[in-house]
Design a protein around this ligand. Sequence first.
Ligand code: AHG
Ligand code: MN
Ligand code: MN
Ligand code: MN
Length: 333
Amino acid sequence: MSQIPQTLTHWLIDAQRKAGGDSVMLQLLDDIATACKMISHEIAQGAMLGNLGKAGSENVQGEEQKQLDVIANDIFLAVNAQAGHYPAMASEELEDVYVVDGAAEGKYLLLFDPLDGSSNIDVNVSVGSIFSILRLPEGADPSQAAAFLQTGVQQVAAGYALYGPSTMLVISVGQGVHGFTLDRNTGLFYLTHPDMSIPADTKEFAINASRARFWEAPVKRYVDECLAGKTGPRGRDFNMRWIASMVAEVHRILTRGGLFMYPMDAENQAKGGKLRLMYEANPMSFLVEQAGGAASTGRQRIMDVAPTGLHQRISVILGSKNEVERVASYHAE
Ligand code: AHG
Ligand code: MN
Ligand code: MN
Ligand code: MN
């Protein structure tokens, strides 16, 4: 008999057996996978479905929404509401908490960035979806943002879908990071990247260099030292990448290491940074730490930050551990 790789569903059943307890996590992640498959289809059809371009609206972040931001958000809400496990959800694209009808008994909260990197949509470059699952705290009112304002270390699961040359789902339930690839023929996700891990050292970094004039001194110092190459203080040549899709960036780092930075700078300081703590920084930090990397604001571990608002923004420096620690040490000096 020929060997076939393990499907996501069978992997989840296995993981549940090992962990004991009920099958809720299995159901939650299976629904996430369904939503991501549907979004993947919408993205892959692109212009043929008339999905590209602007939606003509603005979100709470003050960003112009793309049609696919709205479509992906609607899919995430509709699919994940069905089983009744989430009394409420929160999204980058929604100003307020979304209360799910008929799910008052649900014990979990879902937070998501339905489409990450949406500026890349019209140019057919990789985008993704990011999610974070929290427990509803005992006695908390799920319709209030306060129920969601938990530190990153309290996440029970997190992950992303990457809509690239192939569609992948990368998840962690707190026991390592595992990647699954979508087979478009069977419509199933197969385990292709078990136990993803980030090497501690790297020669690759990612930052939007057009913002250099706004950077704080520690970030400027780090990048200058990398750019100096072999004859500089680092004694080696570095390579730079910037895709402008955090999901694609984190996926590269989970695959071959690297450092990703979207730091707070003089221009975004009033907002706290660019990336969102609850939908981007925390779930990605959970994955990165689970894979042996590190994630810091420069001054603090991201997952220890006590959130103050659903749409809070934050400085993000993540990836290969020794490089993250180096940037943090420059901040401490
Ligand atoms: P989103 O599309 O969900 O609003 O997020 C975009 C984020 C992230 O994916 C990426 O790292 C960054 O914004 C890109 O920023 P620049 O446009 O400044 O390069
Ligand atoms: Mn956005
Ligand atoms: Mn995003
Ligand atoms: Mn988004």
